[in-house]
Ligand binder design. Structure first.
Ligand code: HEC
Length: 129
């Protein structure tokens, strides 16, 4: 089993546990919401692995071509020069859509993810890394 598979399983287990108590009190509504969140998390994990995993480690803290994406959410950029104070939903969305639009000199030369839902799924996943 790959490390990312293991972390997804841990993630699912965590959702499962946090959903359980509330679930029994609310007749399953919270349970299905948790299921949706878990599905979205899986989707985000897959998209991120495919779109970002070639240049960024998602399961270790070391650098690949770019810095590890672990713990990136909520922090200031590690890369000098990126004119962003904090990686949050807004700044990550703009970055992933068009990195050179945010920082023309960046070495992250990708066309950008144009699908807003995919970007949202990636960002949801990054929050949990
Ligand atoms: C072709 C390789 C490549 C791909 C693919 C790529 N990146 Fe990057 N990324 C980089 C490089 C290189 C940097 C460092 C930026 C620089 O030096 O200007 C970077 C920097 C970043 C940073 C800034 C990290 C920091 O704190 O300094 C984030 C966030 C990021 N990438 C997210 C992503 C996400 C999310 C994806 C997938 C949608 C992705 N990247 C895909 C190469 C890539």
């Amino acid at each position: 089993m790959s490390r990312s598979t293991v972390s997804i399983l841990i993630l699912l287990a965590a959702f499962g546990l946090s959903g359980c108590d509330a679930d029994t009190q609310s007749g399953g509504l919270v349970g299905s919401t948790m299921q949706n969140i878990a599905n979205e998390a899986l989707l985000g994990a897959e998209i991120t692995r495919v779109q970002c995993g070639s240049c960024h480690y998602l399961d270790k803290t070391v650098r690949k071509v770019g810095p590890s994406l672990q713990g990136v959410y909520g922090k200031a950029p590690r890369t000098r020069g990126i004119p962003v104070e904090l990686w949050n939903e807004t700044t990550l969305d703009a970055w992933i859509e068009n990195p050179t639009g945010v920082y023309p000199e960046t070495r992250m030369k990708i066309p950008g993810i144009k699908d807003a839902e995919k970007r949202a799924a990636i960002i949801e996943y990054l929050k949990q890394l």
